[in-house]
Design a protein around this ligand. Structure first.
Ligand SMILES: Cc1cc2nc3c(=O)[nH]c(=O)nc-3n(C[C@H](O)[C@H](O)[C@H](O)COP(=O)(O)O)c2cc1C
Ligand code: SF4
Ligand code: SF4
Length: 243
């Protein structure tokens, strides 16, 4: 079984690799797929919710795959409210089994000044229990549909605006005096949108995953003034440089 994933801060990867271990699944990073592909046998997709929908490259992936699978599951990681994401996905590729898993918010770097470690530990504990149940259900090829048409149409303009905003995000990223030019952000950006030469430069195909801001070892990346003094989020259960 192949499990296709995309992950910004590592949450969706954390879920995908847990499922892969228990099902002998093979992990495939959606960001690394260049060719058109055919989905066959049993397949899974594990991705995050960004602005009440899936990241743009996931949307493009779902648009171009040929689905010949015998059983498919779709797992969405989200932090609080996923709106009509399942409807968005169902429009492109109806999955047999759909489930949302609540995870810590990777976007709290815009809002949180106080540590969320305790809160996040509880979220991981609940998520781990949930993954156990999901694995059992996937193994027995259970069906589960989630449809939220109303929310999908209501929030579609917000989603479109967010995706448009991410494409122009390069103007908002800045490094501060703590930057050592170590090159880590270039290495970990999942879509090769950063180059470190004489300075750190962002290109125009950002997915808005916030990995660079969250994982810069020196907290040297800011997004306009919004991330100044805010706590970075790291999924401590994974090694970001290996995903
Ligand atoms: C740009 C951005 C937008 C987000 N939008 C939502 C959202 O609309 N609803 C939600 O519940 N969580 C939202 N989140 C939180 C993520 O869905 C959640 O933290 C997810 O587990 C991140 O997974 P990842 O680490 O695999 O990228 C957002 C996160 C980011 C970075
Ligand atoms: S990871 Fe941080 S310190 Fe290293 S080059 Fe990028 S911005 Fe600078
Ligand atoms: S530039 Fe930063 S936010 Fe954009 S895709 Fe790369 S790591 Fe994610």
């Amino acid at each position: 079984m192949k499990i296709y994933y995309f992950s910004g801060s590592g949450n969706s990867y954390y879920i995908a690799q847990k499922i892969a271990k228990k099902t002998k699944g093979i992990l495939v990073d959606i960001a690394k797929i260049e060719e058109d592909i055919i989905l066959e046998d049993k397949v899974g997709v594990v991705v995050p919710c960004y602005a009440f929908g899936v990241p743009d490259l996931v949307l493009k992936f779902l648009k171009r795959v040929q689905n010949k699978s015998t059983y498919s599951f779709f797992i969405l990681t989200y932090a609080g409210y996923y709106g009509g994401t399942f409807k968005q996905v169902d429009n492109l590729m109806p999955f047999n089994y759909n489930k949302g898993i609540k995870m810590p918010g990777s976007d709290t770097v815009f809002t949180s000044k106080k540590s969320r470690d305790e809160k996040n530990d509880k979220i991981y504990r609940v998520a781990d229990e949930e993954i156990g149940k999901i694995i059992k259900e996937i193994k027995t090829m259970k069906e589960n549909k989630i449809s939220r048409s109303f929310e999908y149409y209501l929030l579609l303009p917000v989603y479109k605006l967010a995706m448009w905003y991410f494409r122009g995000a390069k103007r908002g990223f800045k490094t501060n005096e703590k930057c050592t030019m170590c090159g880590f952000c270039e290495k970990i950006c999942p879509v090769e949108n950063i180059k470190v030469g004489d300075k750190v430069v962002w290109d125009d195909h950002c997915e808005g995953c916030l990995r660079c801001i969250n994982y810069c070892p020196f907290e040297a990346i800011e997004y306009k003034k919004y991330t100044r003094g805010k706590l970075r989020f790291k999924n401590k259960k994974i090694d970001i440089s290996k995903i």
